[in-house]
Design a protein around this ligand. Structure first.
Ligand code: DMJ
Length: 458
């Protein structure tokens, strides 16, 4: 009997080869740019040296006045603690070792100062935890535990949502109205603290705060922007994915991925559905996520902040690649209008509402995630453009400066700590040829501190 061509060996071989070619074309090994990675690393070293010269061991370098400032009455050494994990990713061992030694021998958090619970969690607790993660040095873990314990009183509120301020020495608290990012962005840091100590309390407090927000969603599933932590009443009912809500959503998604917590997965999937339904719109062919009334779902403001550019990364982590790539295109379009992006932009009127740019990482962050997951070289090129624009407009004799106005490029005397922790890290990771599997193994916190995926008893 004549062999059916469909089942013939030559036909099957052809199919096999075509499939293989297809796979290689769709998902080739990522092209890298080690020369660019070295350039980013050299910039990091230059900026770090400037920080050491003019600001060590204070919180923040002020590049124009060649001086420093502290967030509170005493320095909490935020720049070094925040910068540490980027040093380890870049193999800057000497600089990293100096910070380890300093934190172990000199840093004392027993200070009678009120600190912002959210900000110190993502920068200080997150940074300290990575120091233990990279070294296994229990003296560094002790510092993280000490700091985490000093934060804990903030969570003793009627709703479980943390107070805005907590005193590091006395445990006194104040500030009973917070935005949702400040309310619900603790899962990663406090979860890792539970993981390392075996004490589930930290994770339970963090999850309780996130659940307190989730359980107050409206009948259509949206949440507002600000809440009173005593009454649990919304004080601002604008719903969006951007600044002041952003990392609450980010942590539902990343908490699920980092710890395999199915309850968080469910909360995140439900949130994503209603976000998609109520907040997305296309204006002039570009995808944006607007601000809606949390009860009616009606769009009430067509403004975005540059923080919102983290969202393509979270969409990519959630395998929503079409929305991720479309939204990223909108951000890169906005970036290219001025070679930097403005703090607040009205996409309805196509006008800048607030013109500053503070060396923020979000657009480079999402570019990195999209490059990681698609291997599409246009994203490699996107971060080359972003880095070159930073060199052109923000690089300064001393370090880099924030920009007061993206149109005039007027400078401000400020170098935020997340430039070390995030912006330069994401650029480096995009170009580096040693991090092919990084996001398979690690989850990066909202401050870009990397933690290895892990399951633990909660
Ligand atoms: C960072 O401190 C964190 O990413 C935070 O969640 C919001 N954005 C800033 C940097 O822009």
């Amino acid at each position: 009997m004549k062999e059916n061509y469909i089942f013939s060996k030559s036909f099957l071989k052809k199919i096999f080869l075509l499939t293989l070619m297809g796979l290689l074309i769709c998902n080739p090994a990522p092209a890298q740019n080690p020369a660019m990675a070295e350039k980013v690393k050299a910039e990091f070293v230059r900026v770090w040296d400037d920080y050491k010269t003019y600001a060590w061991p204070h919180d923040v370098l002020k590049p124009v006045s060649r001086s420093y400032s502290d967030w509170y009455e005493h320095s909490l050494h935020i720049s070094p603690i925040d910068a540490y994990s980027t040093m380890k990713v870049m193999h800057l061992e000497e600089q990293a070792a100096e910070i380890e030694k300093y934190v172990k021998e000199e840093v004392d958090f027993d200070k009678d100062i009120f600190v912002k619970t959210f900000e110190v969690n993502i920068r200080i607790l997150g940074g300290l935890l990575t120091m233990f993660d990279f070294t296994n040095d229990t003296a560094l873990l002790a510092k993280a535990i000490d700091f985490g314990n000093r934060m804990l009183p903030a969570f003793d509120s009627p709703t479980g949502i943390p107070y805005y301020w907590v005193n590091l020495k006395t445990g006194a608290v104040k500030g009973d109205e917070v935005n949702v990012a400040e309310a619900g962005s603790y899962l990663i840091e406090m979860g890792m603290l539970s993981r390392y100590t075996g004490n589930p309390l930290y994770y339970q407090k963090a999850k309780g705060a996130s659940m307190a927000i989730f359980s107050r969603r409206s009948s259509i599933g949206l949440i507002g922007e600000r809440i009173n932590i005593g009454s649990g009443q919304w004080t601002d009912e604008r719903s969006h994915i951007g600044c002041c809500i952003d990392s609450y959503y980010e942590y539902l998604c990343k908490g699920w991925l980092l710890f395999g917590d199915e309850e968080l997965r469910e909360m995140w999937q439900q949130s994503l559905q209603v976000i998609d339904k109520h907040l997305t719109e296309k204006v002039n062919g570009r995808l944006w996520y607007g601000q809606a009334d949390m009860n009616s779902g009606e769009i009430i403001n067509r403004v975005v902040t540059l923080y919102d550019a983290y969202f393509p990364a979270v969409l990519a982590l959630s395998q929503k690649m079409n929305q991720a790539t479309d939204f990223q295109q909108s951000w890169f379009w906005l970036w290219n209008k001025n070679g930097l992006e403005p703090m607040v932009y009205d996409y309805g009127a196509d006008s800048i509402t607030h013109p500053s740019y503070d060396l923020n990482p979000e657009i480079a962050e999402s570019t990195y995630y999209l490059y990681y997951y698609t291997h599409d070289e246009k994203y490699l090129q996107m971060n080359v453009t972003i880095f070159e624009d930073l060199l052109k407009h923000c690089k300064y004799d001393v370090a880099y400066t924030s920009i007061a106005n993206v149109k005039t490029k007027e400078r401000t005397d400020e170098l935020p700590t997340f430039f070390f922790a995030e912006t330069l890290k994401y650029l480096y990771l995009t170009f580096s040829d040693e991090h092919d599997h990084f996001l398979d193994e690690y989850v990066l916190s909202t401050e870009a501190h990397p933690f290895k995926k892990t399951n633990f008893a909660r």
